[in-house]
Design a protein around this ligand. Structure first.
Ligand code: UDP
Length: 350
């Protein structure tokens, strides 16, 4: 690995789903991704494009050492908890890791003179609020998170923005809509444990690798009654991080940018697309709504185009489903990786 000539970027949470895809994109674009991850939900196997440091966000000394050891010039901060449902049960944990963990990281960045941050934010900062389900969301839309998860992402954004103003940090918060799909290589993909996301659960159900899917509610104010989401291919999402890292912004600037396609897909449409791709229907039933789920989250992606020169290139539902299916069908990865995750964690020295 050629460390000398490549600018090093600390990637917290780089062993996770979006982090690993971004590490690959960074490597392809001439950066050295230095992954910092506590493997609480990431996989050591997903760290393939740069060094790995096993560390926790709440450990300032370890963060500082990682930054110093690789002469890190920028940070992409993915590490955090993401499950909306769990956040309603354990809000304190979400605040501790997503907000206090981010405070720690900012403190260490300031101490070490790292002036550039890209932050994993979420469309969950918007919630449904007073918006109609037909409206796409601009960055200035009302912020009404409908879960503690969304609260923590919004709070972290505010804190980052304040530190940009106070200390001259430059930061871009990327508000992800629904990340989905997998790298076309089939080497990395989505493998949460437990898995809560629609697409992998629908694929597992269709393949007979998992239980029948429960559709969470069919009584929303949407065309077919199921929730609308803006599914964005993880490869497109990874490219947005590299663009955010490179964009020319002055010290003190903070920008929040939606990363989505502008197109909404309903749960029923996703279920139908998976059935077509697998060649077998997705066994499913309709259950009650899931707590904290807004009816519709669809991005207005114009700001990303204007500021970052970024647009989604691989995010048709067909391409997303095809790439996710390739990953899930690979017995060494996908579902297989989920099953053996505990043995991987104990086998790999960290
Ligand atoms: N969903 C569902 N059944 C599931 C998982 C998800 O009906 O088992 C729905 C969920 O209510 C939401 C959409 O699928 O409308 C996307 O959910 P996911 O958890 O994938 O992402 P989120 O929108 O929560 O970030």
């Amino acid at each position: 690995m050629d460390r000398g000539s490549k600018p090093a970027v600390l990637v917290t949470g780089g062993a996770g789903y979006i982090g690993a895809h971004t590490a690959k994109a960074l490597d392809e674009q001439g950066f050295l991704p230095v992954v910092y991850d506590n493997l609480s939900s990431g996989f050591r196997e997903a760290v393939r494009w740069g060094p790995f440091i096993h560390g926790d966000l709440r450990d300032r000394a370890a963060l500082g050492e990682a930054i110093a050891a690789y002469d890190v010039s920028a940070v992409i901060h993915f590490a955090g908890l993401i499950e909306v449902g769990r956040s309603t049960k354990k809000p304190d944990l979400f605040w501790d890791i997503n907000v206090a963990g981010t405070t720690n990281l900012l403190t260490v960045m300031r101490e070490r003179g790292v002036g550039r941050l890209v932050f994993s934010s979420s469309a969950a900062v918007y919630g449904q609020g007073g918006r109609s389900t037909q409206e796409s969301i601009t960055e200035s839309a009302e912020k009404a998170p409908s879960s503690p998860y969304g609260d923590t992402k919004l709070a972290a954004e505010w804190m980052i923005a304040a530190q940009c103003r106070a200390y001259g940090l430059t930061a871009v918060a990327l508000r992800y809509f629904n990340a989905a799909g997998a790298d076309p290589s089939g080497l990395i993909g989505e493998a949460h444990e437990p898995e809560t996301h629609l697409l992998p659960l629908a694929i597992a159900a269709a393949l007979g690798d998992g239980p029948a899917l429960t559709v969470f509610g069919q009584d929303f104010q949407t065309p077919d009654g199921t929730c609308l989401r803006d599914y964005i291919h993880v490869t497109d999402l990874a490219a947005a991080h590299v663009a955010a890292l490179r964009v020319d912004l002055p010290p003190g600037a903070f920008e929040a940018v939606n990363v989505g396609t502008g197109e909404g897909q309903s749960v029923s449409q996703v279920v139908a697309a998976v059935g077509r791709a697998v060649g077998a229907p997705v066994p499913h039933s309709v259950g009650p709504r899931r707590e904290g789920d807004p009816a519709s989250l669809v991005a207005d992606p114009r700001r990303a185009r204007e500021l970052l020169g970024w647009r989604a290139n691989h995010s048709s539902l067909e391409e997303i489903v095809a790439d996710a299916l390739r990953w899930e069908r690979n017995p060494r990865y996908g579902a297989g990786l989920r099953q053996v995750r505990h043995s991987i964690r104990s086998e790999v020295p960290v």
